[in-house]
Design a protein around this ligand. Structure first.
Ligand SMILES: Cc1cc2nc3c(=O)[nH]c(=O)nc-3n(C[C@H](O)[C@H](O)[C@H](O)COP(=O)(O)OP(=O)(O)OC[C@H]3O[C@@H](n4cnc5c(N)ncnc54)[C@H](O)[C@@H]3O)c2cc1C
Length: 405
């Protein structure tokens, strides 16, 4: 069974590992000359880590990344604690999240892909996947054609040329950078820290662990901005922005020291949308090609990993024709629940609204600290509010957890 995967990102690489382990002949195409990730750091939730374990990438990811026990956010004007979620009241390491630089995660997954003998074909910008009888071909932007394949998996992310999904542009994005973790900071190394002013301003520091090719521990820093301002970021006066950011959150200042150029912070825009049917004949959509959201809940990578696992499990037990609807069914309610949660939470933290952050600070935040909500919020951020694979048993404790747990 020949399977082509378009996109060697998080979902594509995980799907390649899992399908090749199941005996499929898999070939991966990516646009990059040397497959490489773009961007700073992200959070992998505990069950996402379990999928990485299944791929054979879990130990390398843990070795590079940083365990995160708690997410903590304060509204700066009144000093109110408005976000305080711990993964696990007992502090069990296997129940915590992992913050990791994209390049480190990519490296771990690329090693796992190489170990199962998947061919990666770089410099391949996929343009279309025409139906050829019951199969699919792949046509590249430069006119090259590949195939036919029994199945094409679209894992090309939010800019997919194959997916019919057109996301709704969100009004806020952010600038992101990767900087050294400095000894003089007071911030804990196992905590995502954020500071908000209403919903129009948010600064954050995510400890990341190691960045390939650099020495020492690092952090991802981010600063929320209206979409309309992001285009002007490259020409912004850096000194003026540093002063503004430091006035907003004095503890942010040490992390800005190494920034000498606006190009060290990358602008990211976000969109929101979900495919009703994440498949077509001999074609499956996974990850951001199937559903997109802001990173507020930190679920995008997790969701791509769950999609890869669900698709590989559906294909193990069924013909391609039956496996694709089964894949969609396995993921439907988890995807819908998290997309709805993301749509509800994001404007409380990133919007021009005055009412939503007031509601967040005066009603939702106090409620969130009252039993049983802390436990429910822990499950929400861990991606486990409902089972990620309907009808399948899948818990982190089922899996080997590596030496760094
Ligand atoms: C700033 C930011 C912060 C985020 N933070 C988090 C977080 O903390 N936690 C979290 O879980 N998620 C986070 N996300 C979301 C997460 O990054 C995505 O949901 C996740 O990467 C989706 O994985 P994917 O495999 O679908 O796509 P990607 O990882 O984007 O991979 C897509 C791959 O396809 C390739 N590609 C694209 N187009 C083509 C083409 N035409 N032909 C060939 N190859 C192509 C790309 O080169 C890339 O390798 C964040 C996103 C952003 C933008």
């Amino acid at each position: 069974m020949k399977t082509a995967i378009a996109g060697a990102g998080i979902g594509g690489l995980a799907a390649a590992c899992l399908l090749a382990q199941g005996g499929r002949d898999v070939v991966l195409f990516d646009q990059f000359d040397v497959p490489r990730p773009v961007g700073s750091g992200l959070m992998i939730q505990p069950l996402g880590l379990a999928v990485l374990d299944l791929c054979g990438a879990g130990d390398a990811a843990r070795a590079a990344g940083q365990r995160i026990a708690r997410m903590y956010g304060v509204e700066v004007t009144r000093g109110r604690r408005v976000l305080d979620v711990s993964y696990d009241p007992k502090g069990r390491p296997e129940a915590q999240g992992l913050a990791i630089h994209r390049a480190a995660l990519h490296g771990a997954l690329m090693q796992a892909v190489a170990a199962v003998g998947v061919r990666v074909i770089p410099s391949s910008m996929v343009q279309s996947a025409p139906l050829l009888d019951q199969q699919r071909g792949l046509v590249m932007q430069d006119g090259r054609e590949h195939g036919p394949f029994d199945l094409v998996i679209d894992a090309t992310g939010s800019g997919s040329a194959l997916s019919p999904l057109k996301g709704r542009a969100l009004p806020y994005g952010a600038i992101w950078g990767t900087v050294p973790w400095l000894a003089q900071t007071q911030l804990p190394t196992d905590q995502l820290s954020q500071r908000y002013a209403g919903a129009h301003r948010m600064a954050g520091v995510l400890p990341l662990g190691q960045v390939p090719g650099r020495n020492g521990a690092h952090a991802a820093i981010f600063w929320s901005m209206p979409r309309r301002d992001l285009a002007h970021w490259p020409s912004r006066d850096l000194t003026e922005w540093k002063a503004e950011a430091t006035a907003h959150w004095p503890d942010f200042a040490p992390f800005l020291q190494t920034l000498t150029n606006t190009a060290q912070m990358t602008a990211a825009t976000y969109s929101h949308g979900t495919l009703r049917r994440p498949f077509a004949q001999a074609l499956a959509f996974i990850g951001d090609a199937a559903h997109r959201a802001s990173p507020q809940l930190g679920q995008g990578a997790n969701m791509a990993l769950f999609d890869a696992l669900a698709l590989s499990r559906a294909l193990q037990a069924n013909s391609i024709e039956d496996a694709l609807p089964r894949y969609a069914q396995m993921r439907r309610w988890h995807v819908r629940t998290y997309q709805a949660m993301s749509a509800a939470f994001t404007p409380q933290y990133q919007s021009d609204s005055r009412i939503l952050p007031a509601l967040r600070d005066w009603v939702l935040a106090p409620l969130s600290l009252t039993w049983p909500l802390p436990r429910i919020l822990s499950k929400l951020v861990a991606g486990e509010l409902i089972p990620p694979l309907a009808g399948e048993v899948f818990t982190a404790s089922q899996f080997h957890l590596g030496p760094n747990t």
